[in-house]
Design a protein around this ligand. Structure first.
Ligand SMILES: Cc1cc2nc3c(=O)[nH]c(=O)nc-3n(C[C@H](O)[C@H](O)[C@H](O)COP(=O)(O)O)c2cc1C
Length: 201
C-alpha cells in the first residue's frame, strides 16, 4: 500500500513538473513584446554609426494606410530648443507621399538579425509590394496612430515641424550635386520634433 501511495505521489510530482515546463515554453513563445518609454535626453549610443551602418526604418501613415522605407541618412539633435530628428527622402519614394500627407512619422532601429527586413524595404517599393506581408514586420501603433514594429529595438516618434527641399543653388560643395543628384531629384528634408522614444524591454 505504501509503495502504491509513493508511486502516485511521484507521478503527481512528475506531471506537475512537466506541465510547468510546457507552460514556461508557451510563455516564452508568446512572450509579450513590451517597450519602455524613455526621455529623448537619455538617448545614447553611437548615433552616426547606428544610422549609417545599422540603418533606420522610416514609417509614415496610419493603420491600414502607411508605408516604410530604409534610410541611412538622418540626424538626431537639438534644434529650436527641441530634441529633433532629421530625415531625407527623395521625391520618387512611395514613402514620400506618406511623409507629405501625415503629421507624424517614426524611425525604428533593429538588431542585425533583422537586416533582411531593412534590405527588402530599402530595395523594393510599397507601390509594388506589400512590405509587411513580404518581411513579416509586425506593426504596432502609438497613441497618435503612428506605426512601429514588434521587431524594433528602438522607436523614435516625431511630429513634423519643418520641411524643405535641397536646392541646386544652395550647394557650397557642388561636387555633391553631380555625385548624388545627376537626376536632380533632390531630397526633401523633414525635421521632426521627437515626441516619444521607446526601447525594447
Ligand atoms: C541602406 C539604404 C539606405 C537608404 N537611405 C535612403 C535615404 O536616406 N533616403 C531616401 O530617399 N532613400 C534611401 N534609400 C532608398 C529607399 O529605401 C528605397 O528606394 C525604397 O525602396 C523606397 O521604398 P518606397 O518606394 O516604398 O518608399 C536607402 C536604401 C538603402 C538600401
Amino acid at each position: 500500500m505504501k509503495r502504491v501511495i509513493c508511486m502516485v505521489l511521484l507521478a503527481g510530482v512528475m506531471f506537475s513538473a512537466c506541465k510547468e515546463k510546457v507552460e514556461d515554453k508557451e510563455k516564452a513563445m508568446n512572450k509579450e513584446v513590451s517597450f519602455k518609454k524613455i526621455d529623448p535626453q537619455d538617448l545614447d549610443g553611437k548615433v552616426i554609426k547606428t544610422i549609417s551602418e545599422d540603418w533606420l526604418l522610416l514609417t509614415a501613415g496610419k493603420e491600414n494606410d502607411f508605408n516604410m522605407m530604409t534610410c541611412s541618412w538622418g540626424m538626431l539633435g537639438n534644434l529650436w530648443n527641441e530634441p529633433v530628428c532629421m530625415i531625407f527622402v527623395r521625391p520618387q519614394r512611395y514613402t514620400y507621399e506618406f511623409m507629405e500627407k501625415n503629421d507624424y512619422f517614426t524611425i525604428c532601429v533593429f538588431d542585425t538579425i533583422h537586416r533582411d527586413i531593412l534590405t527588402f524595404c530599402g530595395s523594393k517599393s510599397g507601390r509594388d509590394y506589400d512590405k509587411v506581408k513580404e518581411t513579416g514586420l509586425k506593426p504596432l501603433y502609438t497613441e497618435h496612430g503612428s506605426v512601429y514594429y514588434e521587431q524594433a529595438r528602438l522607436v523614435i516618434e516625431c511630429q513634423k515641424i519643418y520641411a524643405d527641399k535641397f536646392e541646386a543653388t544652395n550647394f557650397i560643395d557642388t561636387t555633391i550635386m553631380n555625385k548624388v543628384y545627376p537626376e536632380k531629384d533632390y531630397h526633401k528634408m523633414y525635421v521632426g520634433k521627437i515626441i516619444n522614444v521607446m526601447v525594447k524591454e
